[in-house]
Design a protein around this ligand. Structure first.
Ligand code: FAD
Length: 624
């Protein structure tokens, strides 16, 4: 374990104080310090900084986009995942680059060590163990924090990232106890004080039992390997050095479902003792059995928690059933007949603040200078927390320096989509990121996160010199490649002599045109023009995606430009959405239910795309 510098301060003046050392707090503190603000990160116990509360994995569908964006803004998460990833996989590899999901399982200890190491190296940052019990207010404005040990720390801005700790209560069968995570105290004093200032609600989430890998029959379960060529999250990572391992796959059985059904009344989730709403997209195994009945079984991934750790995380079976029922569930699955539980699963219920009380900078509308980020805003997941934390830390530092706060647009980032969703619509269940939430997802791809966001990070003063230099080098190489692809030309006959099927229309094609066609690959280009092979792997991949997407992006930009012009157009309430051909049934139903009064409102419907909006617009024109 890296030794984190630990500072004890009394009545000290900081520009920014960040409360909480989870994924949101670490990014907030690092971003604020990178901006040059004198920053304190106060958390219950600095040795738990970088702990992963639930699954040992970073990224995934939609979430991987956020990690790439955090990295493009010079955040920590991508670099920490690269230093600890033990099973890199590109999800949705066979689908288009816009919906691919970079993901890695992480070695828990290595991830924590990497985050602590990065924070220890960060200038302008003090790490303080302590519990914040109250806000220090100057009129309505936040002016610091009071700790439970009597210390007061004054500052220009506060970022609260209390995660699952605020008013946290653990549920395990019929047992409940106050906690922030298993074995850690909750934040109760602060919860009571915040309730006087902000509108708080209750949400819940759950985690599965942890298994003893030595007692799993690995020969009896399926196997999933890592990608043979692991792709780092960060532009700053040359290559992945950590050894890659496989994980196991088993399934629940009819016997598992019978055990769950027989004991549903003993689940905290179903006995009525939890009032908070849980994540629909990360359901407990009880939920799955109730909602999906006896589907022939649910897949369970057996993910080792580290290279030198026998603990295994069974992904897909979070539960709050009593311990003995959990044991019966585990032993009903192939390969786990003799498996021992090391730590039972549990559910946790906690306070969140309605995010509609925030503006797009994540600053509270009621308490100027107070920013909220992460699970406290009603989200779930490390990546969602990290991205919000980074934005809140950046803005708290800007505010302390007397600058305007920045907001991210829905058209430029998933971070912008998430924040807009949160502050305009609020949440009715823990919010997690999906690619379907982004209307402009063709242009918001993991591969172009650096191009979209690093120039902004440089402009804000958020990016290190190292990042700026690496980005410029990458950009120059891509520009060089683009120049190369548009200057290399061949006639149809020449292309045919390389086995490509092209019309003999006499039109000379550039290498870019050839690559844009759906049935050519970069390998074809290299065969025809070997000089292209001299570019780096990253640049070649970027060029291929740019070429393949050019047609769609042009179309998306035309749709977007038309929509920007028509955004204020009001829509008649009696529009028959079912009659729009080309629109998915899901969107037809959502439009009919929401009855948006303007095109701008229709645009905010989850899953809406620019091309679907163009259809709605054409329909509205026809009905005028
Ligand atoms: P956290 O990681 O919770 O960190 C909060 C930090 O704040 C802690 O360091 C704590 O010590 C500190 N803190 C709190 N109050 C104070 C205070 N008053 N003073 C000082 N320090 C304070 N995510 C998923 O995506 N899917 C899941 O299924 C899922 N299941 C989960 C199940 C459980 C049981 C738990 C505990 C978490 C689960 N998560 C899940 C959520 C995931 O852990 C969080 O989304 C993520 O950790 C949120 O990051 P955060 O930074 O907002 O908060």
């Amino acid at each position: 374990m890296t030794h984190v510098k630990h500072t004890v301060m009394t009545n000290t003046l900081y520009d920014v104080v960040v409360v909480g050392g989870g994924h949101a707090g670490c990014e907030a503190a690092a971003a604020s310090a990178r901006m040059g603000a004198r920053t304190a990160l106060i958390t219950m116990d600095v040795s738990t900084i970088g702990v992963m509360s639930c699954n040992p994995a970073i990224g995934g569908l939609g979430k991987g986009h956020l990690v790439r964006e955090v990295d493009a803004l010079d955040g920590l998460m991508g670099r920490a995942a690269d230093a600890s990833g033990i099973q890199f996989r590109m999800l949705n590899r066979r689908k288009g680059p816009a919906v691919r999901g970079p993901r890695t399982q992480a070695d828990r200890k290595l991830y924590r060590k990497a985050v602590q190491g990065l924070l220890s190296e960060q200038q302008n940052l003090d790490l303080i163990s302590g519990e914040v019990a109250d806000l220090l207010l100057n009129g309505k404005r936040v002016a610091g924090v009071h700790l439970t040990d009597g210390t007061t720390i004054t500052c220009g801005g506060v970022v609260l990232t209390t995660g699952t700790f605020l008013g946290g209560i653990i549920h395990l069968g019929d047992r409940t106890w106050p906690a922030g995570r298993v074995g850690e105290e909750p934040s109760t004093a602060l919860a009571a004080r915040l309730r006087q200032h902000l509108q708080l609600g209750r949400l819940k989430t759950g985690t599965p039992p942890r298994l003893d890998g030595k007692t799993i029959d690995w020969n009896a379960v399926g196997k999933q390997d890592a990608d043979s060529n692991p792709q780092p999250f960060s532009l700053l990572t040359g290559r992945i050095e950590v050894p890659q391992i496989a994980c196991g796959i088993t399934r629940t059985t009819l016997a598992t479902h019978a055990v769950i059904r027989d004991n549903l009344h003993r689940s905290a989730m179903y006995s009525g003792s939890i009032t908070g709403v849980g994540p629909r997209y990360c359901p407990s195994i009880e939920d799955k059995v109730v909602r999906f009945g006896d589907r022939d079984g649910h897949q369970v991934f057996l993910e080792p928690e580290g290279l030198d750790d026998d603990t295994v995380y069974p992904n897909g079976i979070s539960t709050s059933l009593p311990e003995e029922v959990q044991a019966a569930i585990i032993q009903s699955m192939p390969g786990l007949e003799n498996t021992r539980i090391l730590q039972p699963g549990y559910a946790i219920e906690y306070d969140y603040a309605d995010p509609r009380q925030l503006d797009h900078s994540l600053e509270s509308k009621q308490i100027p200078g107070l920013f909220l980020a992460g699970q406290i805003d009603g989200t779930t997941g490390y990546e969602e927390a990290a991205a919000q934390g980074l934005l809140a830390g950046l803005n708290a530092a800007r505010l302390a320096a007397g600058s305007d706060c920045v907001r991210m647009s829905r058209t430029e980032s998933y971070l912008g989509v998430m924040v807009d969703d949160l502050v305009t619509r609020g949440v009715s269940e823990p919010y997690r990121m999906f690619t379907s939430r982004a209307e402009f997802r063709l242009s918001l791809r993991p591969d172009n996160a650096d191009e979209r966001l690093t120039p902004k990070a440089i402009e804000f003063g958020l990016a290190s010199t190292k990042r700026a230099k690496a980005f410029r080098a990458y950009q120059e190489e891509v520009e060089l490649g683009l120049g190369m692809l548009s200057s290399l030309k061949a006639s149809p006959n020449q292309l045919r002599s390389f086995g490509l099927s092209v019309n003999l229309d006499g039109r000379v094609r550039t290498a870019f045109d050839v690559l844009a066609s759906s049935d050519t690959s970069l390998d074809d280009i290299v065969r025809i023009w070997p000089e292209v092979d001299g570019l780096s792997v990253g640049a070649k991949e970027a060029l291929e995606i740019k070429a393949k997407y050019s047609v769609y992006l042009d179309r998306q930009e035309t749709d977007a430009a038309m929509l920007r012009k028509e955004e204020a157009r009001s829509l008649r309430v009696d529009l028959n959405y079912a009659g729009i051909s080309g629109l998915s049934n899901e969107l037809k139903a959502k439009l009919a239910a929401a009855q948006p009064s303007s095109l701008a409102d229709a645009q905010k419907i989850e899953g809406m795309t620019p091309s679907a909006l163009a259809l709605v617009l054409a329909h509205a024109h026809r009905k005028q």
